[in-house]
Ligand binder design. Structure first.
Ligand code: ATP
Ligand code: MG
Length: 258
């Protein structure tokens, strides 16, 4: 049964989608079966994997509103082990329409039950908000991975996210785990990067991944070619560190299951 990991932080531009795409791709080249669900109306994970939906093609929106089944919207990607459930901007309205439905926080969870066993990992890329789309991802997930940009305001808003995680744990999803905090866009020449990394490690002792993602221009270029970094520049520091993160997660998941 696949492990479901939500990638969430309501702060914008911290590396959620970059992590969703590149961690998924790194696990897929390790021959793990991976599904990436794009849970963000911005659809950056969709286009970043080279999937461009034609008008009227189904996406996560139709799944959440029970118009079609999740299996009907699974797309192939350039990597055979990596599949994608795409998003498009109809999800903006979808989040509002969900408000009308019963048990609206667990729609994604219910829709995933039919496909869960086909994958080793299922990632959900969340939007930069704590709205119903993120709540659906956290309700469906076994764990949450929180990317944190190594910038001065990194910790701002983290308490709201941790508060939401607690609320969900105390309610619909008591088993929700913190997979880890991932430091992103680390710049070793920048004193603030070092200070933030130290502070976060001190504060969240044992919950911060050893792997730290550096600021790397190749990572920001790859999405415009519709490719994960490993297919764009395998030798880049960005590529190597996301592969390292995949190893770290495989190791942690393996030792927990044994
Ligand atoms: P949003 O909250 O809007 O969904 P996000 O948290 O998903 O944003 P990304 O889209 O992954 O963040 O990253 C924001 C920007 O920073 C993008 O232009 C991305 O290419 C760039 N970026 C992300 N990680 C890195 C990195 N390690 N090095 C350089 N650029 C990066
Ligand atoms: Mg994003």
């Amino acid at each position: 049964m696949g492990k479901i990991i939500a990638i969430a932080n309501q702060k914008g531009g911290v590396g959620k989608t970059t992590t969703a795409i590149n961690l998924s791709a790194s696990l897929a080249v390790a021959e793990k079966k991976v599904l990436l669900i794009d849970g963000d109306p911005q659809a950056n994970a969709t286009t970043g994997l080279g999937v461009y939906l034609e008008e009227n093609r189904s996406s996560l929106y139709q799944v959440l509103l029970n118009i079609c089944r999740i299996n009907d919207v699974v797309h192939d990607t350039e990597l055979s082990c990596l599949k994608l459930v795409p998003a498009d901007k109809s999800l903006y309205g979808g989040e509002v329409e969900l408000l009308e439905l019963d048990q609206r926080e667990s729609i994604l969870k219910r829709s995933m039950s039919e496909i869960r066993e086909r994958y080793d990992f299922i990632f959900v890329d969340c939007p930069p908000s704590l709205g119903l789309l993120t709540v659906n991802a956290l309700t469906a997930a076994d764990s949450v991975l929180v990317p944190l940009q190594c910038e001065y305001y990194a910790l701002e808003g983290l308490s709201s996210l941790l508060g939401t995680i607690e609320l969900i744990k105390n309610g619909v999803n008591p088993d929700l785990d913190l997979e880890g905090i991932l430091l992103t866009m680390f710049d070793r020449r920048n004193a603030i990067s070092h200070r933030v990394a130290e502070e976060v490690k001190e504060h969240f002792n044992g919950k911060v991944f050893d792997t730290v993602i550096p600021r790397n221009v190749r990572l920001s270029e790859a999405p415009s070619f519709g490719k994960p970094i490993i297919l764009y520049d395998i030798k880049s520091a960005g590529s190597q560190t996301y592969l390292e993160l995949a190893r770290e997660i495989l190791h942690a998941t393996g030792s927990k299951n044994s």
